[in-house]
Design a binder for this molecule. Structure first.
Ligand code: UD1
Ligand code: CA
Length: 523
């Protein structure tokens, strides 16, 4: 089926099953909370489901219930809808999970929950069922399933795939005319049925009313003692309903992650798809093998990404930005035409035509103005830097505000922490600070001010002033030969003195002063 045949789908509900324990992850974290491509697995599943604009989005939970439910509810803003949390009881199986989902749906729809049992008899329209651990499933494929289901007036439409190794999956049973007769679980299948390589993805579109009545007939009489959702297909058929399948050629979209090996494989495939999407939309990616981009990242066209670059979270690159190599950006915005080289940044905003790196660490709250620069071995945090200002080499700026067209010299540091509290440093426009200036916050430097090398700025500097805090230099002539006799430095000093024709002792050019000679020069 092509995309043009996909009707706008508004199912009554999408029920996402997420009650399972996921023990094969060998993790204290519930399986569906594991991240992949910048979202939790359940986050991907709910995002794909929410894309159908269902009247209700339901998540069925049980294992680590509170942790999972809190996470799901925390996604409400990004999903644009508040999911209904349904608790599965002790009866196991996908059939029971869906039943619990339907019950929560009617409970949520009831304005007066105390008005007595309503049951699930009121449910009409299409109900989609999908899993919380199938992260590559797209809204497009779900919409295709719903469109087929509705255009064919099916009772059940199941999404299937043809697998080389179908071990473990439920198998699709078809009549000789090709129509779908039912599903048999691997553990219940005969040897002949195990040869079938068309498998149940576990993703379906159901007629809601039929689903409710069919589930009432499902028992736990099978090899696993579970209520199988798959039994609904043969029940629907027996009741005269039409059961059909949509078979996808894209097995990745129906693949679940049961352990960390599968999670990695799905993560690599997701990244591959994300990179391809961006390249087709106008981003140059020099080395896809070492480039990892979360599905949540946005890139404008004519952006360039150099090897070993990781873009995560809400990171956004504007047109003509060049990022990398060896760069990790988390929740960071890069302006038009800016370059970010060998940098680690988190929660930073880099303006247009700015330059960052190499070997730069931008921490949250860093805002770099247009045409600004933060250079090598600089760390910044909670610092707003105005247009055209430069922090070129070796330093730290924290809790600071720097105006426009200011040049911060090499090795400058804002001493923002007094051991108890953090304090702010405010530096004006067109300021020139010399090497190794330390700003003891709180302190303010006025527009156009200068600082001398090594200044330790404890008091505010008025606009246009030069702040000098280092004592004038005093040279103690002959100190090295007096105090470090016999050392290579003293030898070099002696040679230099003779070379300049100003010997102060009479030992020979290459000779070292004797102990008595050197002793005689002591003051
Ligand atoms: C199920 C299907 C099988 C299909 C396979 C695809 C049934 C009976 N079998 O297999 O035909 O090929 O999925 O992966 O439906 N879940 C709950 N509550 C439960 C049990 C499961 O919410 O009581 C959830 C799990 O969290 C998971 C999904 O349902 O997201 C599938 O569960 P899983 O145990 O992996 O599926 P199987 O029963 O093995
Ligand atoms: Ca499974």
């Amino acid at each position: 089926m092509t995309e043009s045949t996909v009707a706008p789908a508004t199912p009554a509900a999408v029920i996402v099953l997420a009650a399972g324990a996921g023990t094969r992850m060998k993790s204290k974290t519930p399986k569906i909370l594991h991240p992949i491509g910048g979202r939790s697995m359940i986050g991907h599943a709910l995002t794909a489901a929410a894309g159908l604009n269902p009247r209700e989005l339901v998540a069925v939970v049980r294992h680590q219930r509170d942790l999972v439910a809190d996470h799901i509810l925390s996604l409400a803003d990004t999903l644009g809808t508040v999911p209904v949390i349904a608790d599965q009881d002790e009866t196991p199986g996908t059939g029971r999970a869906v039943q619990c989902g339907l019950e929560a749906l009617t409970a949520a729809a009831s304005p007066t929950p105390d008005a007595g049992p309503r049951g699930t008899s009121g449910i009409t329209g299409t109900v989609v069922v999908t899993y919380g651990d199938v992260p590559l499933l797209t809204t497009e494929l779900l919409a295709e399933l719903v469109a087929t289901h509705e255009s064919e007036s099916n009772a059940v439409t199941v999404l299937t795939a043809l697998l080389e190794d179908p071990t473990g999956y439920g198998r699709i049973l078809r009549d000789t005319d090709g129509s779908v007769a039912g599903i048999v679980e691997h553990k219940d299948a005969t040897e002949a049925q195990k040869q079938i390589n068309e498998v149940n993805s576990g993703i379906y579109a159901f007629d809601g009313a039929l689903l409710v009545t069919a589930l009432a007939e499902v028992t736990t009489d099978n090899a696993q003692g579970e209520m199988y959702l798959t039994d609904v297909l043969s029940i629907a058929r027996a009741a005269g309903g039409r059961v059909a399948a949509v078979t996808t050629q894209d097995r990745w979209q129906v693949e679940g992650a049961n352990d960390r090996v599968q999670l990695q494989a799905l993560g690599a495939e997701m990244n591959h798809r994300t990179l391809e999407r961006h390249m087709r939309a106008g981003t140059s990616i020099q080395d896809p093998a070492t480039t990892w981009i979360d599905s949540t990242v946005t890139l404008e066209s004519d952006t360039t990404i150099l090897p070993n670059t990781h873009l995560q979270g809400t990171t956004h690159l504007s047109e003509d930005a060049v990022v990398g190599p060896d760069t990790t950006l988390v929740d960071t915005t890069v302006g038009v035409g800016s370059t970010v080289t060998r940098t680690q940044a988190s929660g930073a905003v880099i303006g247009d035509r700015a330059a960052v790196g190499p070997f730069t660490y931008l921490r949250p709250g860093t805002v770099l103005g247009e045409q600004g620069k933060i250079g090598a071995f600089y760390e910044t945090k909670n610092t707003v830097i105005g247009r055209g200002s430069k922090l070129s080499h070796l330093g730290y700026a924290g809790d600071a505000e720097i105006g426009e067209y200011t040049n911060i010299g090499c090795g400058n540091i804002t001493a923002n922490y007094d051991g108890v509290n953090k304090h702010r440093t405010v530096i004006g426009d067109h300021v020139r600070t010399s090497s190794n200036t330390v700003f003891i916050a709180p302190v303010t430097v006025g527009d156009g001010a200068y600082t001398g090398a090594g200044a330790v700025v404890r008091k505010d500097v008025p606009a246009g002033a030069l702040a000098l805090t280092v004592a004038p230099q005093r040279n103690s002539e002959g100190w090295v030969e007096d105090r470090r006799p016999g050392s290579p430095a003293a030898d070099a000093a002696a040679r230099a003195r003779v070379g300049h024709g100003t010997p102060t002792t009479d030992h020979t050019l290459t000779g070292r002063p004797t102990q008595s000679e050197s002793g005689s020069t002591q003051r």
